[in-house]
Design a protein around this ligand. Structure first.
Ligand code: SAM
Length: 201
């Protein structure tokens, strides 16, 4: 019988679980992460995610951080280990991804990761740092709602670092951020990706 077709951003992936282990090797640390079917980039750390983790400026030592669309947690776990005194919210809509992120944080001793469904994070929190490989494939309207909601939570001195594939509309997203009144600057461009830094403007 054919298996159900799903998306990595489904709330409850339909396909059967098939957990696997992958490595995330960075200059400052190496992590072992469990992934599974039904989550984004399950077979290897996504090239855009790796680019962000290699090139984003070092995070502050403390503060409230968000990994928006955490998946199985490569960004949240790295952020938490680089800034152990910070509180890192790992946010997603995919329950399987959140379970994996929670388990990966525990396995890598990233005790300051707090996983949550996107709607569960208290709306009054303010965010000092947001890192995201955002879910472009949910479509522009939903993506814009998500980004408006979270970027509006940045503190006046806070910032976001977002990685987007060029062929998935990185430059039009950059322009949209500016028309929305956010500060947006290109931090880097490599191997098909743009790295954008966003501020409240
Ligand atoms: C491109 S993937 C990146 C996953 C992970 N950060 C990584 O680098 O491997 C984007 C993630 O955003 C999640 N997502 C989709 N819609 C969302 C929303 N409205 N709020 C938060 N996360 C969302 C998807 O489920 C997916 O896990």
């Amino acid at each position: 019988m054919p298996e159900p077709v799903g998306h990595y951003f489904d709330a409850e992936p339909q396909g059967p679980s098939r957990a696997t282990t992958i490595r995330l090797d960075l200059p400052d640390r190496s992590l072992t992460l469990t992934t599974d079917r039904g989550v984004f980039s399950a077979s290897r750390v996504d090239a855009g995610t790796k680019y962000l983790l290699l090139e984003a400026p070092a995070p502050p030592t403390t503060g409230t951080f968000v990994d928006l669309g955490c998946g199985y947690g490569p960004i949240a776990c790295t952020l938490a280990l680089r800034s152990p005194a910070a509180k890192v919210w790992a946010v997603d809509v995919n329950a399987r991804a959140l379970d994996l992120c929670r388990a990966n944080a525990a396995a890598n001793k990233a005790t300051n990761v707090h996983t949550a469904l996107a709607g569960e994070v208290p709306p009054e929190i303010t965010v000092d740092l947001l890192w995201s490989n955002p879910p472009i494939r949910i479509g522009k309207p939903a993506l814009h709602v998500m980004l408006r909601t979270w970027l509006a939570r940045l503190t006046p001195t806070g910032s976001a670092v977002v990685v987007v594939q060029k062929h998935l509309g990185a430059d039009s997203l950059h322009r949209w951020l500016e028309t929305e009144g956010f500060g947006a600057a290109r931090l880097g461009s490599r191997t098909g990706y743009r790295l954008l830094q966003v501020t409240r403007g």
